[in-house]
Design a protein around this ligand. Structure first.
Ligand code: PMP
Length: 282
């Protein structure tokens, strides 16, 4: 792969970041993942806006302007002949002598690479995924998309150890979100229930688009917290993320959700998201 590091295009084997980089030493970095379908960027404006917000919340100066950032995204797709997959972008506060205090004149590090992946033809769409529920032990600013991903990795490993695909995280008795996606349920009355935005969850770009689409096709959306019990008794469940779009959840803690098959509202929203976002891809 050809990767982008601080203004340079390099084969991945030649790309380097300092051992003093604060992203490496302190997880002092933010990231974005943007889906690519047919060589085009999905929901790019949302990802660019959230990146700006994450940087602002952490006072990391942006190493690029919006036009160049879009240009870099386009160029990395072209240089890697990426048809379908993901673009990973990370911006750290950059290298500095190790000190908890931020450096006075940071020189942020920006890195982008691509990952080829079948998003549309993901076989899990047919069966849905299984999730376990486990405590949410992440820090309290989950609205900032930082690279502090150790707990989500542990959660995913625990899910795999228990023969499940992913984990839904629970705090104060309510589901926050999945390890790397937003969590949603559909009630037996056909209402979409999803946690409202706060610092308890990442403000998913796919979540926002799917909620808009749900409302536009007449699905009632209730933004509120729900418990693992409510999820287990729901008609349908699903997750949203840039890497999975809308993915049915058909088992929670070893029991089926509804009839244990991907539900009609979930499938309708997945189809609507794909149709709408592909036509808006840039
Ligand atoms: N929540 C968490 C914790 C995530 O890591 C992600 C994806 N990175 C999401 C939600 C989904 O966000 P998006 O739809 O913007 O990919």
């Amino acid at each position: 792969r050809i990767v982008y590091v601080n203004g340079e295009w390099l084969p991945e084997s030649e790309a380097k970041v300092s051992v003093f980089d604060r992203g490496f030493l302190f997880a002092d970095a933010v990231y974005e993942v943007t889906a690519v379908i047919g060589g085009k960027l999905i929901d790019y404006a949302g990802h660019a806006a959230r990146l700006k917000r994450s940087l602002g919340e952490l006072r990391i100066p942006s190493p690029t302007d919006p036009d160049s950032l879009l240009e870099i995204h386009r160029e990395i797709v072209a240089r890697n002949n990426l048809d379908e997959g993901l673009i990973y972008l990370q911006i750290s506060r950059g290298p500095a002598d190790r000190d908890f205090a931020f450096p006075k004149n940071p020189a942020p590090t920006i890195v982008l690479f691509t990952q080829a992946k079948a998003i549309l033809a993901n076989p899990k769409v047919e069966t849905g995924i299984s999730v376990i529920t486990i405590p949410d032990l992440r820090w309290a600013r989950r609205d900032i998309k930082t690279v502090q991903l150790l707990y989500p990795s542990i959660a995913k490993m625990e899910a795999m150890r228990r023969n499940a695909d992913d984990a839904w995280l629970v705090e104060d008795g309510f589901i926050t979100e999945a390890s790397s996606a937003n969590a949603h349920i559909v009630t037996t009355e056909g209402k979409l229930v999803t946690r409202s935005l706060s610092s308890a969850i990442l403000h998913g770009i796919t979540r926002a688009s799917v909620l808009d689409l749900a409302r536009s096709v007449g699905v009632t959306v209730e933004e509120r917290a729900f418990t693992p019990e409510e999820a287990k008794n729901a008609a349908e469940a699903f997750i949203t993320s840039a890497s999975s779009f809308v993915m049915p959840v058909t088992r929670i803690d070893d029991g089926p959700v509804g009839d244990g098959l991907p539900g009609p509202v979930t499938q309708r929203l997945r189809a609507a998201y794909i149709e709408d976002r592909l036509s808006g891809a840039i």
